[in-house]
Design a protein around this ligand. Structure first.
Ligand code: KIV
Ligand code: ZN
Length: 518
């Protein structure tokens, strides 16, 4: 590797998935890993194998399937974690073990280790990991609040014990750009053996400086950036992959470092992660927000028509947005749909295309023009054939004179059941109808509606997050009828909770638990 290449380490499936509510299913994790691999991510942190059976299986399967990326798993500083991590990643053609321990005074107090005891633990665990795997990453968690002398001491120990990458996390998003650059620069200059390893930067966004801090660390000598798609992550999230990659691409004049990322794949993976994690991308988010390439004011529009460079520093095509958005209509055929989806980055198998085509025809009957965003919403619609609960029909009465009423038929475990419920508004009535037909204790945590495109016939994407005994599931659906989309999203979330419940209680029959015949 040349010194000017910066490795991209994506931790969407580990640090990103740790955000409350962002839990992804096994199939979704495999799909995201494949997209990351395809776009050229150097290292994928696929999960925390000791954390659960599900995490272990996902990391193992991703390791087996990976084409070019190195597959990494996370492990705390103990042999059991490290062994379990190795069991999962060993199937990869390029595996990595990532082991960490909190080294700042606040974090040392938790396992109640003094400085010497912790130093010994680091030596032993990194040595153990290195005996299993040639590629070992070590992280002093909360490095930016660790005493300088102690940080140098433990980094040296980890290097001597065989770590090949030293990651310096700003775990609580506390540092600032100049300090971030200085820290890496000084570590490389001070710690014996530093030239033989790669230094990595891992920044959280609590003060909104994660991307700036990561880039500054690269200027200071880091050659691996840890990041997530859309900046997904706990609290304010992590450095966003798309931001650092595009910043390095566009400002090569002042940051002459290359990544191997195919930036045209950014938009697709961003949308996919938003869908499966349930974390919608804010409209004004850099690179991937809905407004990132939108121009509203007359002056800007006038400039754009004369020369796009007046108000855009990158071309939409560079990040995978098709430059033109010619809508499809109800007369468009299967071939046009396939061509359009392929231009948007979706190469669907014939049976998947057939499903999308049916949904497309249904939508085109109700909507004059079907735009790129509509099509993506159709592709992402997850009507899993295995769902226990399906919406058969819904009729809602709403208006100024309440109470609003929902007449609903659900298909539950193969049998149609119906009810009429009222509520404070059509959505409340609809959710009450679901609860009457399928009683459950899950609580609604989030209900969010967003228009996919413009116009009164636009599809609405609805996101619903539910919580039951600490398990969180997100459901999503799109429809030109907001109440139908709401019902489907709510049912989708319940179906996911049922799967999650089954997984966390092996052998447990969910049918007896919450479905009471009504
Ligand atoms: O933020 C952090 O410190 C982490 C470590 C596990 C690397 O995510
Ligand atoms: Zn982190």
């Amino acid at each position: 590797m040349t010194k000017d290449k910066v490795l991209i380490f994506d931790t969407t499936l580990r640090d990103g998935e740790q955000s409350p509510g962002a839990t992804m299913s096994h199939a979704e994790k495999l799909e995201i890993a494949e997209l990351l691999d395809d776009m050229g991510v150097d290292i994928i942190e696929a999960g925390f194998p000791i954390a659960s059976e599900g995490d272990f299986n996902a990391v193992s399967e991703i390791s087996k399937r990976a084409k070019s990326s190195t597959i990494c798993g996370l492990a705390r500083a103990n042999y059991k974690d490290i062994d379990r991590c190795w069991e999962a990643v060993k199937h990869a053609s390029s595996p990595r073990i990532h082991t960490f321990i909190g080294t700042s005074p606040l974090h040392r107090a938790i396992p109640n280790l003094d400085m010497d005891e912790m130093a010994e633990r680091i030596h032993d665990t990194v040595t153990h990991a290195r005996n299993l795997c040639d590629n070992v990453q070590w992280s002093p968690m909360d490095a930016t609040r660790t005493e300088w002398d102690y940080l140098c001491r433990v980094v040296e120990i980890a290097i001597k014990a065989g770590a090949t990458t030293i990651n310096i996390p700003d775990t609580v998003g506390y540092t600032a750009p100049e300090e971030s650059a200085d820290l890496i620069r000084k570590l490389i200059a001070t710690v014996p053996g530093a030239d033989d390893v790669i230094f990595a930067t891992h920044c959280h966004n609590d003060l909104g400086m994660a991307t700036a801090n990561s880039l500054a660390a690269v200027i200071g000598g880091a050659r691996q950036i840890e990041c997530t798609i859309n900046g997904l992550g706990e609290r304010a999230g992590n450095t966003a992959l798309e931001e650092v990659v595009m910043a390095l691409k566009i400002r090569g004049d002042i940051m002459p470092y290359e990544t191997g990322i195919d930036t045209r794949k950014i938009m697709n993976i961003s949308r996919r992660v938003a869908t499966v994690s349930g974390f919608a991308v804010q409209f004004n988010k850099a690179i991937v927000g809905k407004n990132a390439f939108a121009h509203e004011s007359g002056i800007h529009q006038d400039g754009m028509l004369k020369n796009a460079e007046t108000f855009e520093i990158m071309r939409p095509e560079d990040v995978g947005l098709s430059g033109t958005s010619l809508p499809l209509g109800k007369h468009s055929g299967r071939a046009a749909l396939r061509a359009k989806l392929s231009a948007l980055g979706f190469d669907l198998a014939d049976n998947q295309l057939n499903d999308v085509f049916v949904r497309f025809k249904d939508l085109a009957d109700r909507k004059k023009e079907v735009f790129d965003d509509d099509l993506m919403a159709l592709v992402y619609q997850n009507d899993s054939g295995e769902d226990r609960i399906k919406l058969t029909s819904l009729r809602v009465v709403c208006g100024t004179d309440g109470p609003q009423q929902a007449d609903m038929v659900l298909n539950i475990d193969g049998a149609d059941v119906k009810t009429t419920a009222t509520g404070d508004g059509p959505v409340d009535a609809t959710f009450n109808a679901v609860k009457a037909l399928f009683p459950h204790a899950a609580r609604l945590q989030l209900y969010q509606v967003q228009a996919v495109t413009e116009g009164t016939d636009a599809q609405a994407t609805v996101l619903v997050r539910m919580e039951e005994e600490g398990r969180i599931a997100t459901g999503q659906s799109a429809d030109t009828d907001t109440v139908v989309a709401s019902a489907k999203a709510y049912i989708n979330a319940i179906n996911r909770l049922l799967v999650r419940r089954e997984k966390s209680a092996p052998g447990h029959d969910t049918k007896g638990v919450s479905y009471k015949d009504s």
